[in-house]
Design a protein around this ligand. Sequence first.
Ligand SMILES: Cc1ncc(C[n+]2csc(CCOP(=O)(O)OP(=O)(O)O)c2C)c(N)n1
Length: 687
Amino acid sequence: MALQKTGIKFSKKDFMEFQRRELSNEQLLNIYKNLLWPRLIEEKMLVLLRQGRISKWFSGIGQEAISVGATMALQQDEWIMPLHRNLGVFTSRNMPLHKLFKQWQGAQDGYSKGRERSFHFGSKEHHICGMISHLGPQLAIADGVALAYKLRKEKKISLAFTGDGGTSEGDFHEALNVAAVWDLPVIFIIENNGYGLSTPVNEQFRCAQLSDRAKGYGMESVVIDGNNILTVYDTIKGIRDYCIENQKPYLVECMTFRMRGHEEASGTKYVPKELFDEWSIKDPIKNYETFLIANGVLSVEDIDNIRTEQKQKIESELKIGFESDPIVVRTEVEVRDMYAAKALTTTLFKGEVDANTPPSTLTTNHSRSLRFIDALKEGLHQSMQQHSNLILMGQDIAEYGGAFKITEGFLNEFGKERVRNTPLCESAIVGAALGLSLEGFKSMMEMQFADFATVGFNQIINNLAKIYYRWGQNADVVIRMPTGGGVGAGPFHSQSNEAWFVKTPGLKVVYPSTPYDAKGLLIAAINDPNPVMYFEHKALYRSITGEVPSEYYEVEIGKARRVQSGDDISIITYGAGVHWAEDYAAEHTDISIDILDLRTLLPLDYDAIAATVKRTGKVLLLHEDTLIGGIGGEIAAWISENYFSYLDAPVMRCASLDTAIPFNIELEKNFMAKARLDESIEKLLAY
Ligand SMILES: Cc1ncc(C[n+]2csc(CCOP(=O)(O)OP(=O)(O)O)c2C)c(N)n1
């Protein structure tokens, strides 16, 4: 294994001394064919691009040895997280060119049904995880996959790529740190090609080599010649065995150069010409051919023949690739495919109940009064018993039991592997949760406070929410979000941020208001194969009690609950708002109020909303979230569009002030929607 110690500066003299080691001629030839294949495909793509037959191209010319060598060093069923210059990963996993080509054309029968561009797609069959444009998020997904391998004691590794530019993202730091702390078998490869788009490395970082950073994570690293296919192959193969044996991650910095522009339209004016001259001498393919000829493995004629054969194959594959039928647009399929269908087996649990059955009729036995927080805890506990593949992750959730003590005692019962403290790195943990999904695990991540979801926002919004639609991989993840104010906790421990997620197709957003729902909806969220943002109002944890069956049951996601019926006005609400509405109704028995608890904000229960509108004709939307952009506006618009003729008054909203949440309890009271509930209802009644 051609390893150098961490921190050794890369020197040019290390280039292109090929070491064949124990590789047979046949193996050397196989490596050559794999190395040449993406180059010839790319050369053809550049022609097609000029002819306007494909739309965009990110070139990996000059960097092929890294993708090809690394992929060949792994087993076929080990997950790889490639980026936009890694055509060699896709080709070395033997993905048929005609289908790749259909993908690049946006055809229905490509890998993403026309929904994704260039290299932003994956394939479960090939164990390739599709990138999102943001680059860095790929790295933490590799952590999750490696965790899955580790938990199953499989002798496998995951491998993620980053460019030099991507190493400045927080995601790089978070993913490497988590891999180190959890002793995960992951190989992180940096392709240092000198530029991040137009920005040279001396404007990106100050360390001598990017691999120097490994030391800060307590990780080993090496710098290698990324243009030498045998060095890459041999190094990654050796590191793979080493990391599996020792259960640890490794950082590999591959020195290389981007021989074309960032993407084909952007040019290379900012790159000094001498660099191209210098690096064309180090071309990975030319050099390997020279080596093969010099060692009698291939003749010049053999090489010509292989090139001709591959070019012919490209032409015949392209012919098939161009044969796609025009895309058939079906809106219902597009909308449906934002979510994975729930497998029948997961819906048929004993004790499953209809969403509108009152708690008292639910169970023949064992219903008792529990606090909201205890109901949550019970739902989570029973889910851990139900699903041996459910992993809990969050800050301080193990020995400490979590900031709100919801997982207290779980560690003793379920062990450290399944109840995992995390470093402060929300983005990496959401990414790792996704990685666990790739390997069939379920996970629940506890945000210590819903406010901190901002730090994991990209992974939630762009990866978890969209991955199923993009290439059919579901994100079987629940993120618990302790939310809401009324507890004097100030602007960053009290926000109602559910609306940020409600406008993101692909997520489900659940928000219980009673102990009964808290348990049943949490169980349903964990059974759901899609990403669920599970909001739990902190002020309800210990202030609300209610009947909760002791058995394992689901409350159906997407079904609202009629809290009480009335004829004068409707209050549509959720979370703490349900209790405000109930308190108001109890104090104003002369007003007949229909109260609807939404319970799920995405997807909304439009039938239940319509029913209450028809019943009263006067609707108030009540929520603790601030007014502008809150879900109340969305529901109001929907009612006006669809049920205008039933209305006897404008649809009204009662929400919190459009300010941050203040700390002082009097200021906070004034901020809260509840402070304006009386006047809102009076106004509505006056119509
Ligand atoms: C979060 C984010 N910021 C900016 C971009 C725009 N962008 C795409 S690729 C790129 C350069 C990446 O450089 P590097 O990581 O070195 O990879 P390379 O393109 O050189 O292979 C930039 C700035 C992006 N896609 N995502």
